[in-house]
Write a protein that binds this ligand. Sequence first.
Ligand code: ZN
Length: 62
Amino acid sequence: MQHLFSRHLICPICKKGEVLADGKAKVTISVMCPKCKSFFLADLDTMQTEKTTAQKRLGRMK
Ligand SMILES: [Zn+2]
């Protein structure tokens, strides 16, 4: 019985990099493309990928 939730996400920026995402939660994750080192968002529920323009830096308060 295989209940693997590994999904292949293709980088929306270079369309060459592939990221393997584990998880079955309906969440959006931020991953880095191994090819072009760009960050993009991946919705594990809909399997849609989205470019991110800027990285959100949490923990920096001004
Ligand atoms: Zn890429």
